[in-house]
Design a protein around this ligand. Structure first.
Ligand code: CP
Length: 317
């Protein structure tokens, strides 16, 4: 694997290979007092974030550190980006300093692909891998991988870790969600039966081409789901307009305690975070026994370790 730009780059074997590596790394670190593997000693991983992040940026930094890579964080506000330096010049500058991997988050869809093209060009030198940590409304592949890792753990603890054949609901603002797009692609690749549940105004044009079914009734779908993934309402991408309103959204698509009770007992509740409690999900559900939210965060570190491992050390035997 040269870059990780899109879930579409992963077939079922490649995705399962990454998830298996994440499992092995998790086991390797379990119970250790010193969480440090020598795997990426001498490698440099730079996170370059043009949008805010807690989970993704910090977990990539932890993932690199736990594998002994040198990790450096660059944010738009504290760098020469604020003086007007372009994405291309910033990335080529980091590559010239010897970055083995640049993890990028950027508001423009397609920016990670552009970056990979520049890195692979003669001027880029071809030695820097790019990881897409979220590009506009397009994709967030490591979020989908950590969600799949969390589902596998949850189902494995109840008999079988397989995702194939499970019915997974993805609920909310699909229109602006890179998490939804990556999850639909990955879950379908792994054989799940995916249903998007959203108000019609928050569905993208062309959604009928996606490998999933679409529904507008959360109450009708919940009893048959094996897992439900709530989405964050991406207010920052709505430029003031938001229909339905926050109140209407909560009434129609928020996971209240009463709604969560419609889910089968075995079905976990996922949310990529940050959560808007009260609108997207009731606090009692977010913190309740079915919530996998913090398990998702924990798996984020192991999945990102696996991604760095596959990119910088080659896929393990
Ligand atoms: N889920 C997610 O991408 O969270 P952050 O924005 O905190 O990284």
């Amino acid at each position: 694997m040269r870059h990780l730009l899109s879930v579409a780059d992963l077939d079922a074997a490649a995705a399962t290979g990454l998830l298996d590596t994440a499992d092995r790394l998790k086991q390797a670190l379990l119970g250790r007092e010193v969480r440090k593997l020598p795997t990426l000693r001498g490698r440099t991983v730079i996170t370059m974030f043009y949008e805010n992040s807690t989970r993704t940026r910090v977990s990539f930094e932890i993932a690199g550190k736990w594998m002994s890579a040198d990790t450096v964080n660059v944010s738009a506000s504290g760098s020469s980006v604020s003086k007007g330096e372009s994405l291309r010049d910033t990335a080529l500058t980091l590559s010239a300093m010897g970055a083995d991997c640049v993890v990028v988050r950027h508001p423009a869809s397609g920016s990670a692909h552009r970056l990979a093209g520049w890195m692979d060009s003669e001027i880029g030198g071809g030695h820097t891998s790019i990881v897409n940590a979220g590009d506009g409304t397009h994709e967030h592949p490591t979020q989908a991988l950590l969600d799949a890792a969390t589902l596998r753990d949850h189902f494995r603890a109840r008999g079988s870790g397989t995702i194939a054949g499970r019915r997974i609901g993805i609920v909310g603002d699909v229109l602006h969600s890179r998490v939804a797009r990556s999850n639909v692609l990955l879950l379908a690749t792994l054989g799940a039966d995916v249903v998007l549940i959203a108000p019609p105004t928050l569905l993208p044009v062309g959604v009928e081409q996606w490998p999933c079914r679409v529904s507008s009734s959360l109450d009708a779908e919940l009893p048959a789901l094996d897992a439900v993934m709530m989405l964050r309402v991406q207010a920052e991408r709505m430029h003031g307009a938001f229909f339905p309103s926050a109140r209407e959204y909560a009434v129609g698509y928020g996971l209240s305690e009463a709604r969560a009770a419609l889910l089968p007992e075995h079905a976990p509740v996922l949310h990529p975070g940050p959560m808007v409690r009260g609108m997207e999900i009731a606090p009692a559900v977010a913190d309740g026994p079915s919530s996998a939210v913090l398990a998702q965060v924990a798996n984020g570190v192991h999945v990102r370790m696996a991604v760095l491992y596959h990119l910088l050390a080659g896929a393990p035997e």
